[in-house]
Design a protein around this ligand. Structure first.
Ligand code: TXA
Ligand code: MG
Length: 316
């Protein structure tokens, strides 16, 4: 059974010996292994039941280290790096030979980011290799935003969970790739598109579905609860599903008489993103709930990423 603790040396020892450690980041917890050690990386796929066609993100703590394993960093990428790293932004960059094909599922580019979490940055600074780390949940389920969430799903499969408290962004990183120097967004996430566009002008969104080979992990059905989840207008749903055991996820309103998770009473999208996955898990585990109904969020800033996750979790 995994131990939960704050000891960087224990984490370092396990990782150096090809083991798995769950690490905190500002977005969600990651399930980490030495990215240059295929024997270690394969354990990630096994622990998560993750298909090998779904590539992994590499985490490290400096641009100097990234340059050791990517061929080039385009000008527009450097601008984003300067403004947003450490932070919830992942860049797709052409990989050097040293990155195993297992990590990128055979793709030419490798996904990289510098996460914004003190404990993990300290750990990364002590390692001579980057950490490959997908979200630390079973494949297809909601990502974990606390050490306890990781323990519930992967506790029996890993040795150590580095406890860095609750994740402050709460939603996975935004993924950006480049074509002829132009930025293309492949996954909506914790860094709003509006913020990216402030730095590099209008960007193309290529948010996909299961048929997009550029972002294999962007399957249409993902981030899903075990109970059915739908999205739409809450008042209409209450009217329609009277007497049914419905759990509600709302942005800022309360719905008296209804079991409701209000993500941000003051209507702040960042706070709502931070609380989203926890609310989904809690309703999923609540015995008095048969299905979950979520409001459609404002389609701007982090509201877009929240809608994306709810849509993928949705049965329709
Ligand atoms: O915030 C995050 O990004 C978290 C934390 C732990 O860093 N990680 C995360 O990893 O969300 P994961 O594995 O759950 O999602 C990563 C997704 C993949 O599913 C895939 O869509 C995309 O990143 N990806 C990774 N490498 C890629 C590549 N070389 N080309 C295109 N997409 C890639
Ligand atoms: Mg994931």
């Amino acid at each position: 059974m995994a131990e939960i603790g704050k000891d960087i040396l224990t984490a370092k020892k396990i990782l150096t010996e090809s083991g798995l450690v769950a690490i905190p980041t500002e977005t969600v917890y990651g399930l980490a292994a030495n990215a240059f050690d295929e024997k270690a990386v394969i354990k990630i796929f096994e622990a998560k039941n993750r298909p090998l066609f779904d590539p992994l993100i590499l985490h490290t703590n400096s641009i100097e280290k990234i340059k050791l394993f990517v061929k080039e960093i385009p000008e527009s990428a450097l601008k984003l790096v300067e403004k947003f790293w450490p932070g919830p932004l992942t860049l797709l960059l052409p990989k050097k030979e040293i990155v195993p094909d297992l990590v990128t599922s055979g793709l030419r580019d490798v996904a990289v980011r510098i996460p914004d979490h003190t404990l993990t940055l300290e750990l990364l600074s002590q390692l001579e290799f980057p950490l490959a780390a997908p979200s630390a949940n079973l494949f297809g389920y909601v990502s974990p935003t606390s050490a306890l969430h990781v323990h519930q799903q992967l506790g029996e499969k890993i040795e150590y969970i580095l406890d860095g408290g609750e994740c402050k962004v709460g939603i996975e990183s935004t993924i950006v790739g480049f074509e002829k120097g132009k930025a293309i967004v492949f996954r909506l996430g914790g860094l709003a598109i509006e913020e990216i566009e402030n730095v590099c002008g209008k960007v193309e969104l290529r948010i996909n579905n299961s048929s997009n080979p550029n972002a294999p992990g962007q399957l249409k059905s993902h981030y899903a609860t075990k109970k059915p989840l739908c999205t739409g207008n809450i008042d209409e749903a209450i009217e329609k599903f009277q007497y049914k055991r419905m759990g509600v996820i709302s942005f800022c309103k309360e719905y008296p008489g209804q079991l409701t998770k209000t993500l941000s009473p003051k209507g702040n999208l960042e706070e709502a993103a931070q609380n989203l996955f926890k609310a989904m898990r809690e309703l999923d585990e609540n015995d008095s709930v048969d299905f979950i109904y979520a409001e459609v969020f404002p389609s701007e800033f982090l509201g877009r990423a929240i809608n994306d996750r709810l849509q993928r979790a949705s049965v329709f």
